[in-house]
Design a protein around this ligand. Structure first.
Ligand SMILES: [Zn+2]
Length: 247
């Protein structure tokens, strides 16, 4: 019998200065990606966050008008833990984000404002590894982000953005999709993992509504488990995986 072959992940590109992460909800980046982000900001790279919503429909026991501002605050605190000070919200409605031109335009505008070389987003496919159904918000935002990386560079696609003073930005070299079940690349999470745990813990209201487990045990268990599983395909160190699309 032969052992099953485990495909090794390639190292993420390192030759960039600015990244923009675009996701649907507060906590999307903290469930796995923020260990990578902590490592990158340590190395002097700039990372900004753009969230399509404030996650106002995310907590059953808290009405959206109260939930939105609270989760916005938790997201800003969470970003600060991993060295990210710019957090923007696009004001789409949580749970009912529509894939379409409005979303593509808003994300293309954000890409033109921030002029990143690397764009990060979250799993845009129908399922999480064929096991759990993904949410329509993640699918819409992930797909629109992959599309908007191209839209941002074309002056004729959304000419109204140029009229608003946002010049085309054709400098996106890669879009990295976190949470993909078919990752291609990874980055070392060992230096950022402890801060990733603390950044996830900043979403305390959400976590307390989600689980009866002690929040710290929950956050640490989730993130270290995933990082070690990825590490098996990346030289044995804890790692964060991405599916990397070049442009
Ligand atoms: Zn989400």
């Amino acid at each position: 019998m032969t052992e099953p072959t485990i495909t090794q992940l390639l190292p993420m590109p390192e030759d960039w200065r600015r990244a923009l992460a675009v996701v649907a909800h507060p906590d999307d980046l903290e469930y796995g990606c923020s260990a990578a982000i902590a490592g990158w900001t340590d190395g002097g790279r700039e990372v900004a966050y753009v969230l399509a919503t404030r996650g106002e429909a995310g907590i059953d026991t808290l009405e959206p008008a109260k939930c939105g501002p609270l989760r916005e605050q938790e997201q800003r605190a969470s970003a600060a833990v991993v060295g990210v000070s710019t957090v923007e919200f696009l004001d789409h409605k949580d749970g009912v984000i529509e894939y379409g031109l409005d979303l593509r335009r808003d994300i293309a505008a954000a890409i033109r404002r921030h002029r990143p070389e690397l764009v990060i987003t979250l799993n845009h496919r129908d399922t999480w590894g064929g096991v759990a159904w993904n949410t329509p918000d993640h699918v819409a935002v992930g797909r629109a982000t992959l599309d908007a990386a191209g839209d941002a560079g074309n002056r004729w696609i959304f000419p109204e953005l140029t009229e608003r003073g946002l010049a085309p930005w054709n400098g996106v070299r890669w879009v990295a999709v976190a949470g993909s079940s078919t990752p291609t690349h990874a980055t070392d999470a060992s230096v950022g993992l402890e801060r990733a745990v603390r950044s996830l813990l900043e979403h305390r209201t959400y976590i307390e509504a989600l689980t009866d487990e002690d929040p710290e045990t929950y956050a640490r268990g989730f993130l270290t488990g995933n990082a070690s599983a990825t590490g098996e395909r990346f030289g044995g160190k804890p790692a964060v995986a991405f599916e990397l699309f070049g442009r």
